[in-house]
Design a protein around this ligand. Structure first.
Ligand code: RTP
Ligand code: MG
Length: 140
């Protein structure tokens, strides 16, 4: 499998509880390297733009408000099959359905406040990485 990059976001419920290091340990233990990382307060426009694909969903407004409720850590993860591997480490969207040992099983508070985001395809990963990072900020 090829080396890939994926976009990860540590969400406000996790930064609020000082879980950035514990989440990062899960990624690194799984063989994902953190090749770019920054802590930012998203604006409403940035959050709406990032989640534009979900604009018609009933949870969109609530999701945007949640994502701007505190700082997030945006990061680029790199490794063999990074997109799928990251989603495996994250666990199911709803923590009630997440497997043992996954980030969402251990840390998520709810289906919305579920601690992490991860790109769902290599194509979307490239778009999402470019949304937050300049190429010069990614050091593999
Ligand atoms: P993500 O995009 O954050 O990695 O999560 P995902 O693919 O597992 O979930 P997705 O379906 O893309 O939904 C994006 C985020 O919206 C929130 N959500 N709330 N209230 C609800 O029913 C609901 N469903 C989804 C979650 O924060 C989810 O991660
Ligand atoms: Mg998604």
């Amino acid at each position: 499998m090829a080396v890939e990059r994926t976009l990860s976001i540590i969400k406000p419920d996790a930064t609020r509880r000082n879980l950035t290091g514990k989440v990062n340990a899960k990624f690194e233990d799984a063989g994902l390297a953190i090749v770019a990382q920054k802590r930012v307060q998203l604006t409403k426009a940035q959050a709406e733009g990032f989640y534009a694909v979900h604009a018609a969903r009933p949870f969109f407004g609530s999701l945007v408000e949640f994502m701007i409720s505190g700082p997030v850590v945006v990061q680029v993860l790199e490794g063999e099959g990074a997109v799928a591997k990251n989603r495996e480490v994250m666990g199911a969207t709803n923590p009630a359905n997440a497997a043992e040992g996954t980030i969402r099983k251990e840390f998520a508070e709810s289906i919305e406040a579920n601690s992490v985001h991860g790109s769902d395809s290599a194509e979307n990963a490239a778009i999402e990485i470019a949304y937050f990072f300049a190429q010069t900020e990614i050091v593999g």
